[in-house]
Design a binder for this molecule. Structure first.
Ligand code: PAF
Length: 274
């Protein structure tokens, strides 16, 4: 609060911890946006309401000691690590019953595969905004649909927060950095860049064509590519308008693509502009 009274701009980087270089780039982006007098807050909270009972909440990788060390290295001014009691009156509590739901952009892709996911995300992000009172908040482009939904929530509910979407940070072979990459076995890891290869394949196909390409044809190409990465199982691949997330049937330059692939217990997502 005193930061606000002092007129400092506050930047929030919401995370679920197990921090990696992708998070570092979000902190750097927040620092740039708030300026040298501003303050950057990193929140670390594995939000239970965005996991369905069959998902990986209990297995989700956690290492708070190392995260706090990394936050110091990243130059975060404050780390907010709330407990379930603070956020939801306790994990199993029947004393919590208010949720924020975005009703349009969250129906497809991740929302279809993970039905409670976005309700949990919008609820926790709204709560973090109300607690931290940031001027800006930085989200990663790897979760493209999430970022679009948060932007819509901010607009619809008049949060005085500027949402910044920061580019995805990738490993050398193109795999998008994610805390969930920690689940990959030594055999799975070399195949996990199939998501990035799929995006590049679709991009090249679209850019080499003078006319729009049916989504079904691109999907077949990606399914064929998946066959040479047999440890991965395609959950979905979708083509859509990058702003409205409206699904496209005829794909051309500028269409956005997103996909999700299971590698045993790791479910990886990625996206890119074609
Ligand atoms: O992207 C994430 O890490 C989470 O969905 C978020 C935004 C921190 C909300 O729990």
């Amino acid at each position: 609060m005193s930061w606000r009274r002092e007129g400092r701009r506050i930047g929030l980087v919401p995370t679920m911890g197990y921090l990696h270089d992708g998070h570092l780039s979000l902190v750097r982006r927040a620092r740039k946006a708030v300026g040298s007098d501003g303050r950057v807050v990193v929140s670390i909270y594995v939000n239970p309401t965005q996991f369905s009972p069959t998902e990986d909440l209990s297995a989700y990788p956690r290492d708070l000691k190392n995260d706090l060390k990394r936050c110091r290295e990243y130059g975060a001014d404050q780390v907010f690590v709330p407990r379930d009691e603070v956020m939801y009156a306790g994990r199993e509590s029947s004393c919590y019953s208010t949720f924020v739901t975005e009703e349009q952009l969250g129906r497809s892709m991740e929302g279809k595969s993970r039905p409670v996911h976005f309700r949990g995300v919008t609820t926790v992000v709204a709560k973090l905004f109300n607690i931290v009172l940031p001027d800006i908040a930085v989200f990663g482009a790897k979760d493209w649909q999430q970022a679009a939904i948060v932007k819509r929530m901010v607009k619809d509910l008049n949060f005085p927060v500027r949402v910044i979407v920061n580019p995805t940070v990738r490993e050398k072979d193109g795999l998008a950095m994610s805390s969930r990459n920690a689940y990959l076995s030594a055999e799975e890891r070399p195949q996990a860049n199939v998501l990035w290869k799929s995006i590049k394949l679709a991009r090249e196909t679209v850019r080499d064509s003078e006319t729009a390409i049916p989504a079904s044809r691109l999907k077949r190409k990606i399914e064929a590519l998946m066959k040479s990465h047999p440890l991965g199982r395609l959950d979905y691949v979708e083509f859509f308008d990058p702003e409205t997330l409206e699904i496209s049937r005829q794909i051309k330059r500028g269409t956005h693509m997103a996909l999700a692939v299971f590698f045993n217990k790791a479910r990886l997502i990625d996206n890119g502009r074609l």
